[in-house]
Design a protein around this ligand. Structure first.
Ligand code: TXD
Length: 308
């Protein structure tokens, strides 16, 4: 195949993303991990599913970055996940070092790639990747909004017993407790959600979305969510590989958009072959704007503590 995607971190999210990329025949996949021969084992196992799943994507596992050369997209999931009771921010020390080391190697081997950052705390990890890689800000994108919006859509579809395909929803802001689900932009077959779900119940669904990651962490006991995060990363990858110009909520580096500067935060962006091709600015109501500013402040405080 003439499209190549590297996934750094062959753990839960990385392996699930490799499987989806291959089975959808979107690209060849290189799985990179520091954990001995584990990435080789996972790649071999995934390759042996190919004759049954009927795809010709090549999947390899390695710890050697020379195999990642000239990747089109690089998905970075390397790091440690949360344990029950932990916040995403508590991962910062360990994951910052890993993100720096990985981005150095990736930018050497694939200087023209687009980076999709997954590791937590997401907004801060994006900042490290941008600084370390020296890439243009349009080529470093964080995955959170697609997942948070998918969670919001799932809960709405459960509530109304309607197809998930009917639902459009947007979650903006940071990937944490201050994320900003926007009921005003949420529709079911074009019908505003506020026509179908009463405000109190909708607020409960919004709150479940905000804590959607923690709900899964507490059920799994070890590790955090990975099927939906992998799907979200693959959706973004597809938009870039196929130049789809698709609008989705992603963490982007802001320089004045929404009145915010110098941090990554979830906003609607258009994804295509050049990465982020446009940041879409929508007019927000005062309470929505306030919520977004609160989210930005939480991200800024975390970044300041990192001194990056
Ligand atoms: O919405 C989102 N952005 C997220 C983020 C949704 C789900 C998971 N989120 C975060 O992604 C999570 O908090 C973690 O920080 C990452 C990866 O989660 P995953 O569940 O895949 O963790 P695993 O299974 O522990 O896998 C991480 C792998 C593991 O195999 C390590 O050996 C590897 O990362 N690792 C490295 N690979 C390459 N290079 C280095 N330095 C390295 N260090 C660890």
């Amino acid at each position: 195949m003439n499209r190549k995607v590297t996934i750094v971190g062959a753990g839960n999210v990385g392996a699930a993303a490799a499987q989806r990329l291959a089975e959808k025949q979107l690209s060849d996949v290189v799985l990179v991990d520091v954990n001995g021969e584990m990435p080789k084992g996972k790649a071999l196992d995934l390759s042996q599913a190919a004759p049954i799943e009927c795809h010709d994507s090549k999947i390899m596992g390695t710890s050697d970055y020379s195999y990642t050369k000239n990747s089109d997209v690089v998905i970075i999931t390397a790091g440690i996940p949360r344990k029950p009771g932990m916040s995403r921010d508590e991962l910062i020390e360990t994951n910052s070092k890993i993100m720096k080391e990985v981005t150095e190697k990736i930018s050497e081997n694939s200087p023209d790639s687009t980076l999709i950052i997954i590791s937590n705390p997401l907004d801060a990890m994006c900042q490290i990747a941008l600084k370390t890689s020296g890439f243009k800000k349009t080529k470093v994108i964080g995955m959170a909004g697609v997942l948070d919006s998918a969670r919001f859509k799932t809960f709405i579809s459960m509530e109304l017993d309607v197809s998930v395909e009917n639902i459009e929803a947007f979650v903006l802001g940071g990937h944490g407790d201050t994320m900003v689900p926007l009921p005003r932009f949420t529709t079911i077959a074009g019908i505003p959600v506020t026509e179908l779900i009463e405000p109190k119940r909708l607020e409960e669904i919004v709150e479940r979305t905000r804590t959607g990651g923690a709900e899964i962490v507490s059920l799994l006991k070890t590790g955090s969510a990975y099927y939906a995060p992998a799907s979200s990363a693959v959706e973004m990858t597809k938009a870039i590989l196929f130049d789809k110009k698709k609008i989705m909520p992603c963490a982007a580096y802001l320089e004045g958009e929404y009145g915010i500067s110098g941090i990554f935060m979830g906003v609607p962006v258009k994804l295509g072959k050049n990465g982020i091709e446009e940041i879409i600015e929508i007019r927000l109501e005062p309470d929505e704007k306030k919520a977004l500013e609160k989210s930005a402040l939480a991200i800024k405080n975390l970044i300041d503590s990192l001194k990056i």
